[in-house]
Design a protein around this ligand. Structure first.
Ligand code: HEM
Ligand code: HEM
Ligand SMILES: [Fe+2]
Length: 446
């Protein structure tokens, strides 16, 4: 069954594509900075580029999650969104906040908690925006005919993500307290509630794409939610090792964060098993690739590469180096970027009525971006390990080491070009589908 109000999702996805391409531009600015090509340095210094790059990442992913919710919730709840008009108001205000933030970063050189650099006034606008979004989603679920586990897990993830934004807004004089609560947002997002969002989208996509019974799929979802909370909450301790809090966190953080890969492993096994059990008859192979790919790459990027530096003994050396950037890129890519690209790939043919399932551009986009990002991860990893060795073991000066490793950024840029070509093709394909139509959403089909 399709619903006309699902059309809103398309415009969220379009904004998502726009912000994603901007994020990549700032990635390149930093990459070139690192090899000494610094033409833009006076207008966009490295720290500004870095803040814009990471904040844009968070915003385009959230825009994608919102689009996913506007697409999925009407179908799961079996009714139209309670208000399409307000959904567009929310979209436009989100875009406005985004634009103001990007300009602000350049003019004011805001600094603050990493990933959460926007000033308090904008924080309040974000809160209002998110409340409007949640109101629309919760209202639709409440009035709907059906409340599925998939919809509830997705909505719980979005609701908790909003609540967890608040501790990041409290002002502390103490650097230790500031750090302590910053992780409630950053860690409990990506290693907690965002996993529920991912789990919800994954579950929806697997139900649609594999044809396996909802009961079977949603049973797995419970296991994933359980594993996520069991490990992720106390796993926050892996950021508390050396920030000046009680040393008990060395043990708690070490043990629980070491268990975190289990949730991602469960997700990968889940997706692969459902695919194998399923009918393999759904024609949208591109969406299937992104879906299964997301579950596997997130296990590698978050699970394995996260585990690589999560024990206190290793984190003592790797903390805050390019080893972190290696893990940050592959984890964000696999878990959250790929699942957003998966739901977009699934939704587009249904929204527009054009069935371009075999599009060669779409397939090339998948492989180029994935191979490119894998290469970038390796480049960051090699640079990171060398950095740890020279800086932390041989005690060389920070800037001297940065010069030594700049060659790895040449490799990074080559791989990034491949990655960006893939994403360019994805976006090209996105626009080639054309606009969503009411007729497409009138056809009764999955
Ligand atoms: C999709 C899930 C994940 C994402 C998107 C992610 C992303 C990130 C990012 C961006 C950072 C840098 C944060 C900052 O310095 O502000 C980070 C740090 C870290 N992550 Fe993850 N991560 C994920 C899952 C995991 C998992 C499952 C583990 C452990 C098994 C882990 C272990 C770590 C550790 C130990 C650090 C601290 C690195 C340091 O001390 O510099 N991560 N992660
Ligand atoms: C053309 C593509 C890209 C390039 C060239 C690039 C480059 C960079 C560079 C140079 C940094 C700063 C590392 C440092 O501190 O020295 C960075 C940070 C970061 N980028 Fe990218 N990036 C790209 C795409 C992406 C994508 C697609 C994602 C997410 C899926 C991403 C996520 C991040 C994150 C989370 C950080 C912060 C890492 C940390 O806290 O250590 N980047 N990027
Ligand atoms: Fe963490």
């Amino acid at each position: 069954m399709k619903y006309k109000s699902q059309k809103v999702a398309y415009w969220f996805f379009a904004l998502c594509m726009l912000l994603f391409s901007l994020q990549i531009v700032y990635g390149f600015i930093m990459g070139f900075d690192r090899i000494g090509i610094q033409g833009l340095h006076d207008i966009i210094p490295f720290n500004v580029a870095r803040a814009v790059h990471t904040n844009l990442l968070v915003v385009w992913l959230l825009t994608g999650f919102m689009g996913a919710a506007y697409y999925i919730i009407p179908e799961e709840a079996q009714r139209e969104l309670i208000s399409v008009k307000w959904a567009y108001v929310q979209l436009i205000s989100l875009a406005v906040v985004g634009v103001v933030a990007i300009i602000g970063f350049h003019l004011n050189h805001w600094e603050g908690r990493k990933f959460l650099e926007i000033p308090r006034e904008l924080d309040f606008l974000v809160v209002i925006n998110v409340l409007l979004f949640l109101g629309l989603i919760l209202g639709t679920l409440y009035k709907g005919k059906r409340r599925t586990t998939t919809a509830l897990v997705l909505t719980m993830g979005l609701l908790f993500a909003a609540l967890l934004y608040l501790p990041g807004m409290i002002w502390f004089d103490s650097q230790v307290m500031d750090s302590f609560f910053r992780w409630w947002v950053v860690h409990l997002w990506v290693e907690g509630v965002w996993e529920l969002i991912m789990g919800g989208i994954l579950s929806y996509l697997l139900i649609k794409l594999t044809g396996v019974d909802r009961e079977v799929i949603e049973k797995w979802l419970y296991v994933i939610v359980g594993l996520t909370f069991l490990s992720g909450v106390l796993g926050t301790g892996h950021h508390y090792y050396y920030i000046g809090v009680n040393k008990i966190w060395l043990i708690v953080g070490g043990i629980f964060s070491a268990l975190e890969p289990l949730a991602f492993l469960a997700m990968a096994l889940f997706a692969v098993n459902m695919y194998r059990k399923g009918e393999k008859s759904h024609p949208n192979k591109i969406a299937l690739f992104w879906t299964i790919g997301s579950s596997i790459v997130s296990f590698v990027g978050a699970g394995l590469l996260g585990f690589a530096h999560t024990l206190p003994q290793t984190n003592l050396y790797t903390h805050g180096t390019l080893v972190t950037a290696m893990h940050g890129h592959y984890a964000f890519w696999g878990a959250y970027a790929m699942i957003v690209l998966a739901i977009i790939s699934y939704a587009l043919p249904n929204l527009t009525g054009r069935k371009r399932y075999q599009s060669a551009t779409g397939m090339a986009a998948f492989w180029l971006s994935n191979i490119g990002m894998l290469g970038m991860t390796v480049a960051f990893g090699v640079a990171g390990v060398v950095q740890v060795y020279l800086e932390r073991k041989m005690k060389m000066e920070f800037m001297v080491v940065q010069n030594e490793i700049s060659i790895h950024f040449v490799v990074l840029l080559i791989c990034a070009t491949m990655f960006a070509t893939g994403i360019g093709m994805f976006i090209f394909d996105f626009f080639k589908y054309g606009r969503p139509t009411d007729e497409a959403l009138e056809i009764k089909k999955n």
